[in-house]
Design a binder for this molecule. Structure first.
Ligand code: ZN
Length: 314
């Protein structure tokens, strides 16, 4: 068993020394189960019921009460994935799906390679779907091209995949997020990002999480990517809501992002004057917030502070 960190005055536990300690505590308590692949976990019912409470808590903070809500499947159309430019900016994180489309002859050839211990996957073909890298990505391709003057509000929930195998329980390869998205003028998008940063911090503080905002950048790939990351940070396009779960590094459990006109351009979303629409999204990492709750309040949800349990309807 890993020793639990000391209780602090605020009722929250001091951060674990390392991600390894946090992972071990989760596994020892049966909250998460490891698999043969780093970053792919089985969740316990305790984890799930907390996560569903987090989703309901976050959803209750909506202000655009007419915004449609959608729960996405864990795959999205390949053509729409390409338009997000993720392959250009984050090729190392992308998850493509391969399927078998041959007949008996091709199947025999595949089995031959498989039996010889060879690369049988070379006999598969990329499918018409991919794994979404961000929960709001499947949204943009389904929106009307003419954005109304009052803008569009949308909410979505779903799975994301990012190929970054890690033993750090904060870096899962597949995870769920709940997002509030706004498409409209630059002013509408920026206001959405800023208002939700405040609203998000207080929603997370209500769960007893010692959360703070930090300017952030995405992990763009390669040499050009380093420049893009610096630009993103300089332009203050992205803010993360962070908690110290370990002494090693802060963990972002939500983020508030201004995309400028990126999705407006690539998905053909226009304002009344024909200019590409701007967009912003705030994403609550449902698995990350759940992880933070276990790290901060302990491995037994039944023992968590009453106000946290009631906010989560536990
Ligand atoms: Zn998003």
């Amino acid at each position: 068993m890993t020793a639990r960190p000391d209780q602090t005055e605020a009722g929250a536990r001091a951060p674990y020394a390392t991600p390894d300690d946090l992972r071990q505590a989760l596994v020892d308590a049966g909250v998460l189960h490891l698999t043969a692949v780093d970053g792919v976990h089985h969740r316990s019912w305790d984890w799930e019921r907390v996560l569903r409470g987090v989703e309901a808590h976050v959803m209750a903070k909506r202000v655009a009460t007419n915004a449609p809500r959608r729960w996405f499947p864990p795959v999205m159309p390949r053509e729409e994935f390409l338009r997000t430019d993720y392959v250009r900016s984050f090729p190392d994180l992308v998850g493509s799906i391969d399927v078998f489309t041959g007949g008996d002859r091709e199947h025999r050839a595949l089995l031959e390679v498989l039996d010889e211990g060879g690369d049988w996957t070379a006999h598969l073909t990329p499918a018409e779907v991919m794994l979404p890298s961000s929960v709001c990505h499947p949204l943009y391709g389904t929106l009307p091209h003419d954005v109304p003057a009052e803008g569009l509000d949308e909410e979505c929930s779903g799975w994301s995949f990012r190929h970054e195998p890690s033993l750090d329980p904060a870096r899962m390869q597949v995870f769920r997020m709940y997002e509030f998205v706004r498409i409209g003028t630059p002013e509408q998008a920026l206001a959405h990002r800023d208002e939700w940063l405040e609203r998000g911090l207080s929603a997370l503080a209500e769960l007893g999480l010692p959360v703070r905002a930090e300017a952030a950048n995405d992990p763009f790939f390669g040499r050009v990517g380093t420049m893009l990351a610096v630009n993103q940070l300089d332009a203050q396009l992205k803010y993360e809501m962070c908690v110290d779960l370990t002494e090693v590094r802060p963990t972002a459990i939500a983020s508030s992002n201004y995309h400028e006109d990126h999705f407006g351009q690539t998905f053909g979303l226009h304002l009344a004057d024909g200019a590409p629409a701007h967009s912003a999204c705030v994403g609550f990492g449902l698995d990350r917030v759940t992880l933070a709750l276990f790290a901060v309040h302990g491995m037994q949800p039944d023992d968590w502070p009453g106000e946290v349990r009631s906010a989560l309807s536990l």
